[in-house]
Design a protein around this ligand. Structure first.
Ligand code: AMP
Ligand code: MN
Ligand code: MN
Ligand code: MN
Length: 285
């Protein structure tokens, strides 16, 4: 597969915090010109069988996927895995454990923090937006707080309430980088640092992330993502050379109403990098 193929290897369905079904995402990807697609729900592979079947029907090439939440240097970092055997026990158990703390975190956000800040019933409200009971996300809180008229859009909810330092934020310990990369590679996949331009890491911490990731067997980094601007495209294409990593491309599409980058609509990868799909030829279905 060539550099210029329209690959979109990062998006979310109702199985995590997206608003479309795997079937609707496959049709939207196809309509937008995507040729190679991956559904990468947060900490969850429960949508993979539906995505595989929907991709087949739509005539899309497909890679299995997940986006794993990791705690690194006290910050949440996301690692995308592509091409895993999504029935592998190590992956299934690891993801189940990673999902495990979400329910308690959600109750604490609602009952210990937001209710005391004068906004009651947020847990119950957020649940209306949750399809997978094991995957209650801050995004579901944001959708409810918009519905309740507390903020005008989900971005404002994050900014004012549910990021570090704000009144509804509960710190959480996710998987370790070692575990997440291990689950992905042990199940036959390729591990990728998602949207590196989004993290609040110092230059030293970011260097440590890339160095450690590489040592642990990580093989890729998202260069083209909805969260990056032009300067990030250039910076992380250079990191591909520096750390000998392949480059990925994925919109991180969640919802037609909320996402500013639609499936398949990012610019192509720069010519200087090796696309991650060159490493995954045998895993494409
Ligand atoms: P969680 O895994 O529950 O902590 O939720 C993380 C999700 O929240 C991310 O995957 C994004 O979809 C969403 N998110 C995080 N930060 C923001 C933000 N500043 N604005 C909008 N959505 C965000
Ligand atoms: Mn999300
Ligand atoms: Mn992410
Ligand atoms: Mn994502």
């Amino acid at each position: 597969m060539t550099q210029l193929i329209n690959a979109d290897l990062h998006c979310h369905s109702i199985v995590s915090d997206g608003t479309l079904t795997p079937e609707a995402l496959a049709l939207r990807a196809k309509a937008n010109g995507v040729e190679l697609w991956a559904l990468t729900d947060h900490d969850e592979i429960g949508g993979q069988d539906r995505a595989i079947e929907a991709a087949r029907r739509a005539g899309l090439s497909y890679l299995t996927g997940a986006e794993i939440s990791v705690t690194f240097a006290g910050t949440t970092v996301h690692i995308v895995g592509l091409g895993m055997d999504h029935t592998h026990p190590a992956l299934l158990n690891g993801l189940r454990a990673t999902r495990g703390g979400r329910e308690m975190r959600a109750r604490a956000m609602s009952d210990d923090l937001l209710a005391r800040a004068g906004i009651p019933g947020v847990y119950e409200g957020a649940l209306k937006y949750v399809d997978n009971p094991e995957l209650i996300s801050r995004t579901h809180f944001a959708r409810y707080l918009v519905e309740a008229g507390v903020c005008k859009d989900t971005n404002e909810v994050f900014r004012k309430f549910i990021v570090e330092g704000k009144p509804g934020f509960v710190p959480h310990r996710w998987a370790s980088l070692r575990d997440a990369v291990g689950w992905i590679t042990d199940s036959g996949g390729v591990a990728i640092i998602a949207h590196p331009g989004r993290y609040k890491l110092t230059a030293n911490e970011e260097y440590a992330l890339f160095t450690e990731f590489k040592t642990l067997g990580g093989q890729g980094v998202e260069v083209m993502t909805g969260a990056h601007g032009q300067a990030d495209y250039v910076k992380y294409a250079e990191y591909c050379q520096e750390f000998d990593l392949a480059a990925s491309r994925g919109s991180d599409f969640h919802s037609p109403e909320e996402s500013h980058t639609d499936l398949g609509k990012l610019p192509p990868l720069p010519g200087s990098v090796t696309p991650v799909w060159a490493l995954l030829d045998s895993r494409i279905q």
